[in-house]
Structure formats: structure tokens, C-alpha cells
Design a protein around this ligand. Structure first.
Ligand code: SAM
Length: 214
């Protein structure tokens, strides 16, 4: 059975506004471009975008690295329709599939690199950990996972917002208190690093990475 989920802008009616909103609210091209650069993608790489949304990161990746394989999954069929239209318009070979929020459809050790942006804050702490464990399972040994999402907030305004959000959206509060690096380590990732931080109108966003070393 499909898990309950929080849509891209919290309400299904706002999903179609996601791309315009996010490019206004954060330096999206810079953050997603940096994420892609940190990943050091080669033409042999098979890359999964977890919670791919409207497909912006996948499209950016495929345009930069046409020989690499990119695929995305997301729980929301409505946002995947937008992603499919954008991918078709760019005539790119990228598959995006709907999944139920549980076990990933990818096999064990089948992906070299996984990435996710602005998605982990939609999950409860328990689900964040389970998602990371699933990503760990599908990565090859030596495979890497990159996350761009809200991190520890230093600005007092965002600390206050985090405390208010805790009442309505505890998923976001956990991000704001910097839970992601520890969860990556708990899921089994080694060499966990914070690669960059960005102060945006929505709060501090960090890029983290971890490696599957067994
Ligand atoms: C804020 S949007 C970010 C989309 C995209 N990664 C980006 O950076 O533009 C969060 C996405 O996470 C997806 N999502 C929420 N819960 C999910 C889950 N349990 N599994 C997979 N995707 C999920 C939503 O449908 C939405 O597309």
C-alpha cells in the first residue's frame, strides 16, 4: 500500500507552481549545479534521483553528462506527469517511475550514485532513516549518496521558524536541527561530509555526501 506523503509545496493544488516558486526562493541552479559537480559523474555512472519531483535535477544532470544513465523515482504521480512533460520537451532519455514509499524498485548493488534534493525534509526521522537504508542497499560498494536539503539553521529567525514548524511539520524541524549527517552514518554510510552550505530565503541548505564502504 502506498505511504502517505507530503506533496512538493504541501498542498496538491500548488504542485504546478513548484518550479516557479523554488527558482524564486532559492538559488536553485547554483545549488543543483554544485551538487552535480560534487558528484564527479562519469559516463559509466548509473544515477538515481530519489524524490525527483518535476525532474529539474535529472534534466540538468543528463544535459551535462549525456552518456551517464539517469533515472528518478517519486511517490507523487501528479509531479511525475510534470517531470515526464519536461523530459519529453528536452528529448532526453531519462526514466521516472512512481513508487510506493517503501522498498525501492532498484535491485541490490545496482546504482553507482544516488542524489536527492529538497526531499528528505518531507519525511519523518524514521522514514528518512529507512529511505537512506534503502538507498544504501541499491548502491554498489564504493557508491555515493549526495543530499541537498535544509540543514542546521544558524540564523535566529530560522531557528524560530523551526520551532514553530515543529508543531505543524516535525519532518522539517528535524532537518533544521541538523539531523541528516547523523542519519547518514546510522544508515551505514561512511566518510559523511558537509560539502557546502547556502543561506537562502527559506533557510540554510546544505549539501551532504556519504559513501557505501563495506
Ligand atoms: C520539494 S519537492 C523536491 C523535488 C525535487 N527533488 C527538486 O529538488 O526539485 C519534494 C519531492 O519529494 C517527493 N516525496 C515526498 N515524499 C516522498 C516519498 N516518501 N518517496 C518519494 N518521494 C517523495 C514529493 O512528491 C516531491 O516531488
Amino acid at each position: 500500500m502506498k505511504e502517505k506523503f507530503i506533496p512538493a509545496l504541501d498542498f496538491p493544488l500548488l504542485t504546478k507552481l513548484f518550479d516557479s516558486f523554488i527558482s524564486f526562493a532559492i538559488p536553485e541552479r547554483r545549488i543543483k549545479g554544485d551538487l552535480m559537480d560534487f558528484m564527479n559523474i562519469t559516463e559509466e555512472d548509473k544515477i538515481l534521483d530519489f524524490g525527483c519531483g518535476t525532474g529539474t535535477l535529472l534534466i540538468l544532470g543528463k544535459q551535462k553528462h549525456p552518456e551517464a544513465h539517469f533515472e528518478g523515482i517519486d511517490i507523487d504521480p501528479k509531479i511525475l506527469e510534470i517531470a515526464k512533460r519536461k523530459i519529453e520537451k528536452q528529448k532526453l532519455d531519462i526514466s521516472v517511475v512512481e513508487y510506493d514509499g517503501g522498498k525501492l524498485p532498484q535491485g541490490n548493488n545496482s546504482i553507482n550514485k544516488a542524489m536527492t534534493s529538497l526531499m528528505m525534509h518531507h519525511l519523518s526521522t524514521d522514514k528518512k532513516l529507512k529511505a537512506m537504508q534503502e538507498i544504501f542497499r541499491v548502491l554498489v560498494t564504493g557508491g555515493e549518496f549526495y543530499i541537498a536539503d535544509f540543514g542546521m539553521q544558524k540564523n535566529p529567525i530560522f531557528i524560530l521558524i523551526g520551532n514553530i514548524a515543529a508543531k505543524f511539520e516535525p519532518e522539517l524541524k528535524a532537518n533544521f536541527t541538523g539531523c541528516l549527517p547523523k542519519l547518514l552514518a546510522d544508515a551505514g554510510f561512511k566518510n559523511v561530509q558537509t560539502l557546502n552550505t547556502y543561506n537562502t530565503k527559506l533557510g540554510t541548505i546544505c549539501i551532504y555526501s556519504g559513501q557505501k564502504v563495506v
